[in-house]
Design a protein around this ligand. Sequence first.
Ligand code: GLP
Length: 262
Amino acid sequence: MEVIIQHDEEAATVLAARIIARRLRAKPKLVLGLATGRTMERVYAKLAEMHRKEGLDFSLCQTFNLDEYVGLAPDNRDSYHFFMKEHLFSRINIDIRNTHLPNGMAADLEKECENYERLIANAGGIDLQLLGIGADGHIGFNEPLSALKSRTREKALTPATIRQNGPLFDSPDKMPRRGLTMGVGTILESKQCLLLATGAEKAEILARAVEGPITSMISASALQLHQRCCIVTDEAAASRLEEKDYYRWVFENEPEWADFRK
Ligand code: GLP
């Protein structure tokens, strides 16, 4: 795991977008895992800008989103299908047939989840998985006690998640109580993970995920097992990390990051 601390939210967002862009330029047929949430809105705005201004090309890229609410149709404004179209897919040159999200309206949700796993495998697995972190430490909708080997499945959402995401709904009581999500095991199989966390409200849970023990109570802590995981944060979200100086030293000295140091 590597932790890159940037001064503020803007710098952290730009860095995350540049990491994605570099991978996409190196491999135009990139299989990209995507996430949702307020943090990702800003990343997608940057990627759309890079597409517009620098010609960043998504035409051969395939995407797989982490999760979707159960019971929301793709044209529902609160669905993640809608979120992705609005914030990213309609703003870049991606072939919409190459974009995938689990279908929370499927008649047989279990089959839908199995099928989603199959689609990912058929695509050759995820090259780069983008992640946020929930207030309760979830990645995707892998709520506390999610098995570290879990696969794509239906999951009940916790009160913490309902509190966190409810305000994003026109009427918070309409927020579904269940979601479909890639499992922790599915996420750990991606070739590279990139987690972006910004803002003081993420500081405590981020420190527990990065520096605390690996536990199914905090799904993001499972990323400590990943062979290639990078955490990008701003100073506010990094404020509870104990080894900040060490992380800064690594970032300054790792040849891999030379292009990303100003
Ligand atoms: C939702 C998503 C998660 C995401 C989280 C972070 O719960 N299911 O994948 O990590 O939001 O949200 P925000 O960026 O709004 O803090």
